[in-house]
Design a protein. Structure first.
Length: 77
């Protein structure tokens, strides 16, 4: 069974990615439409990460939370 801290790591990942999407849309609407490229890049990484087993956000969270099970660190199947 996964630990509570692992669930917290997953929720943090979802919060970070969701915040990036929201920031991109708000900046695209208020500043410059080219900010939507940020949302496109995040979406691309979310599509590619299950195939490559590497996610930059999980890479950082794995470093900050070493006492939890690594998620998408490129080593797990």
């Amino acid at each position: 069974m996964e630990s509570n801290r692992t669930h917290k790591k997953i929720r943090m990942h979802d919060g970070i990615v969701g915040t990036l999407y929201l920031i991109s849309v708000v900046l695209g609407f208020m500043v410059n439409i080219q900010w939507l490229y940020l949302a496109g890049a995040v979406a691309f990484l979310q599509i590619v990460s299950p195939l490559t087993k590497f996610c930059p956000v999980y890479f950082i969270l794995n470093k900050f939370m070493p006492d939890t099970e690594p998620i998408q660190d490129g080593k797990r199947s």
